[in-house]
Design a binder for this molecule. Sequence first.
Ligand SMILES: Nc1ncnc2c1ncn2[C@@H]1O[C@H](COP(=O)(O)OP(=O)(O)O)[C@@H](O)[C@H]1O
Ligand SMILES: [Mg+2]
Length: 405
Amino acid sequence: MALLKLKDRAMEAYAVARNAANFSLLDSDLHGVFGENWESLNFSEAGELLGRGGLTGEEVLIVCVETADEINLDPVDAYVRAAKRLDMNVVLIARDISPTALHHLLKLGADDFAPYPLPPNALSNIFDGLRSKQMRRTEAPARKKHRNGLILPVYGAAGGVGGSTFAVNLAWEMAVHTRKKDLKVALIDLDFQFGSVATLLDLPRRDAVFELLTDPDTLDGETLSQSMTSFKSNLAVLSSPPEIMPLDIVDAKFMQKLLELLRQKYDFVVIDLPKALTDWTADVLNVAETYFTLLELDMRSAQNVMRYLRVLRAEDLPGEKIQYILNRAPGFTDLSGKTRIGRFSDSLGIEVNILLPEGGKAVTASGDQGVPLADSSPKNALRKEIKKIATTLVDMALEARAAVN
Ligand SMILES: Nc1ncnc2c1ncn2[C@@H]1O[C@H](COP(=O)(O)OP(=O)(O)O)[C@@H](O)[C@H]1O
Ligand SMILES: [Mg+2]
C-alpha cells in the first residue's frame, strides 16, 4: 500500500539562469563539485520550486546573472531573498554585470560570487569555504529547527462523506502516536465558510484567524502562531474564522506562504479542505505528500470524483497523489460488498486502497461532544482503522527520514 510516495535522489544544488546556454561552461564545474546531484532551472521553474516549498534548505542555490538581467533584477532578487529565508547558501555567477548590481545582490545576502567563465577551481574553493563556515555555525547554539513537514490534505468528494471526521481523528491519532517523540502535528481547517474542526474539537473560533485572512499581507510565523490554538496542548489547530468568509479571500500566493510556514514548523500538517474548488486548490495539491479523498459507495460520490478528475487532468495536476478512501464501506460479512467496490473503482478508473467502516451513532455523538473518537469511544471500529492509518503514516515517514539521513 503506497501511503507515502518517497522522494527520489537528494538534490544538493540548483543552478538558476534566465538562459542556461549563456553559462554552459558551468556544467562541468558543477559536475565536478556535485556529481549528478544538481539541476539547472530556468526562472519560472525556480519560482515554482521555491513557491511550492520544494526545498529543505540544505541545498545550494547558484544564481547566474548576466547583463540582460540588470534591466530587471526583481526575479533574481526574489530568489536570493527566498533562499536566504530558508537559510540556504547562495552563490552568484556573474557574467559582465556592473559592480552596482553585484553589490546589490551581495547585500541581499548572497554568500559569495564568482565571475563567468570561472577561473580554475573557483567553484570548489567557494564551496570549501562555505562548508567550513557551515560547520562553525552548527557548532554554535542550535538554530531553530526546520522541520520540513509532510502536507496531508483531506478532501471529501461529496457533502457528509466524512472528510472532517477523518481529518480530525487522523490528526489526533498522529499527535497521540508522536507524543513522546520530537514530532509536531498540526490540523488546519481551510474551509473558511463551514469548517467544522472547531466544533468537532470544541475549540474557540479565533478573531486572530479573521484578521489574518482579511489582512493576508501580515502573514508570518508570528501572526500564524497567534491564530492557532491547541487541543490538549498536543495538537496545534488552525480553525476557521468566527464569521463566514469567501474562500477566495486569500490567493494562491498566500496559500503557498501559509503552507511553507506550516512545513517549517510542523512534521505533519493535516488539512481539512472545503468541497469547493478554489484558486488555491492546485497549490495545496502540489505540495501535498498524499492527498486523501473520501468517498462513499454511491452515485453522488462517483459523479463528483469523475468531474473532479476531469479538472485535474485539464489543469495538468498530479492526480497520482490522490489516495482514495471509501468511507462507510461494506464489511467483510457483506458478501456482495467486495464485488460492488471492485465495480465502483473500475468504472471510475481509480484504486481504492483504504476502507473505513461504519462507526454507528457513536461517531456523530463524539463530534457533538467535541472530542476525538480516541477519547469518547476508543474501541469504535472507525477509530481503530483511522488509528492504524495514522501510525502507519508516522512510522513510514520516520523510516523515510532515517533512510535519507
Ligand atoms: N464511518 C462513519 N460512521 C458513522 N458516522 C460517520 C462516519 N463517517 C462520518 N460519519 C458522520 O457523518 C457526518 C458527516 O461527516 P463529516 O465528517 O462532517 O463529513 P464532511 O466533512 O465530508 O462533510 C457526521 O455526522 C459524522 O459523524
Ligand atoms: Mg467537513
